[in-house]
Design a binder for this molecule. Structure first.
Ligand SMILES: *Cc1c(COP(=O)(O)O)cnc(C)c1O
Length: 443
């Protein structure tokens, strides 16, 4: 077993033992692949508890958390208001399998924040949200092909796992074993931020395309915002060919602003996206997600319409209580704090890397940012793949040894919370120079 470089202050013995135990009964020892640290090497840290901006692992090490559960912990871990809401809901029962008021309140909260939304349906994960939105788009248009962009992640939905594909309008090969060619064959993968490629794909296949699905502002290849005019082009071209536009705000929703990326960029010329998907922040750390849009489209869903979609635990009363308390806690002060924390950390990271001559660029979507280990600008997946992943691995482990837990891949956003106080930020800043030096020494 490979092991993390350890120091006297940071040890991973209990984590390593748990990983070994886990590997016997869980594939790779983890329930989501990125957690296995394969991109950076070493032993993933098993977390015992978390509070505010801090994680504590099973060896007793503390880390400033820059993953924040990949976004949901926008208020920080175990926020008192969310905890109280969860406790109050839990004592009233865990799941009913019948409608309950929390579901209505959470749907109202979401609809009130994102202007074009009239209705949402609650589901249990971002994957379910995009899968259902796709089915709805296909049902509503009677067409089967979908367009997605290389480097955009929409959950592990069969036809959306096709990220490979070369050249313009190439029908994709599956990116995962177990995805039938027939599923991927209905997926057209295009380079992000490339309007000409989009026009060419529609010129050739336009009458077969049900929808374009895009991350509102991509965060799953690192943060790559849409170039000026790109979102407008998505709207113009889909409208021209009678296809729907699905804006996946699972990551950006309620994080980039109280109305997500939509709230920052505003309505595209020609009208809002037809469907939106949400997850992450709106569950406050519990499994709740949603998809929604105009009422006439949503009316296509069962029980009113012919497109079937369901869930035993959808709208779970405890999960919706957590989501509601989290969204209500996302005040203007919270967004202002996210801005300050993100900019302070990103500026310091950039300065440290520049000081050691490490090529890098920082990109933004509101307060969401990532540090690419390549010279920018990064406009698409191709650019992102030029990163020096070895340098990032050294940087990552130095930060970890100093008590800062970054996402264990250079293709991810760094997530902050409003609970990142000055002490936590200071702790991150103090770890950066050594990490930058480690990155510089990678080769
Ligand atoms: C995380 C994510 C998903 C998948 O959500 P899960 O809850 O992990 O299934 C889908 N789309 C985007 C943009 C995401 O960031």
């Amino acid at each position: 077993m490979t092991s993390t470089p350890t120091s006297q202050t940071v040890r991973d013995r209990a984590s390593a033992a748990l990983l070994e135990r886990a590997r016997d009964v869980i594939p790779g020892g983890v329930n989501s692949p990125v957690r296995a640290f394969r991109a950076v090497g070493g032993t993933p840290r098993f977390i015992a508890s978390a509070s505010g901006p801090w994680l504590t692992d099973v060896d007793g090490n503390r880390y400033v958390d820059l993953i924040c559960s990949w976004g949901p912990m926008i208020l920080g871990h175990a926020h008192p208001d969310v905890l109280a809401a969860v406790q109050a809901a839990a004592v009233k029962g865990f799941s009913f399998g019948t409608p309950s008021e929390n579901e209505v309140a959470l749907a109202e909260e979401i609809v009130s924040r994102v202007a074009p939304l009239e209705q949402v349906r609650l589901v249990n994960s971002g994957t379910e949200a995009t899968m259902s939105a796709l089915r709805l788009a296909r049902g509503a248009t009677g067409r089967s092909a979908v367009v997605k962009f290389a480097g955009c992640y929409h959950g592990h939905v069969d036809p959306l796992l096709a990220a490979a594909g070369s050249g313009v309008a190439t029908f994709a090969l599956p990116d995962s074993a177990g995805v039938p060619a027939s599923a991927a064959h209905e997926t057209i993968v295009l380079p992000y931020n490339d309007i000409a490629a989009l026009e060419a794909a529609f010129a050739e296949h336009g009458d077969r395309i049900a929808c374009v699905i895009t991350e509102a502002s991509p965060g799953n290849m690192g943060v790559v915002p849409p170039a000026p005019g790109f979102t407008n082009a998505l709207r113009r071209i889909t409208t021209e060919y009678g296809a729907l536009l699905i804006s996946d705000e699972v990551m950006t929703g309620f994080r980039c602003s109280s109305a997500g990326w939509f709230g920052l960029e505003g309505e595209p010329e020609g009208g809002a996206p037809d469907l939106f998907t949400f997850g992450k922040v709106m569950g406050g750390g519990f499994p709740t997600a949603a998809f929604g849009g105009r009422a006439d489209l949503m009316a296509q869903l069962a029980p009113d319409g012919p497109v079937y979609q369901a869930g035993t635990l959808s709208g779970n009363p405890v999960a919706t209580a957590a989501g509601l308390a989290t969204l209500r806690g996302c005040t203007p002060e919270v967004y202002a704090r996210l801005d300050v924390v993100a900019h302070t950390i990103a500026d310091a990271a950039s300065a440290a890397l520049a000081g050691h001559g490490v090529p890098h660029t920082v990109q933004w979507a509101g307060s969401m940012f990532s540090v690419f280990f390549t010279e920018g600008p990064v406009r698409n997946y191709q650019d992102a793949k030029a990163q020096d992943t070895a340098a990032f691995g050294r940087f990552f482990h130095s930060m970890l040894d100093s008590g800062v837990h970054l996402p264990p891949s250079s293709f991810e956003a760094w997530f902050v919370s409003a609970s990142h106080d000055d002490a936590a930020v200071e702790h991150v800043l103090s770890a950066l120079p050594a990490a930058a030096a480690a990155a510089a020494a990678a080769h």
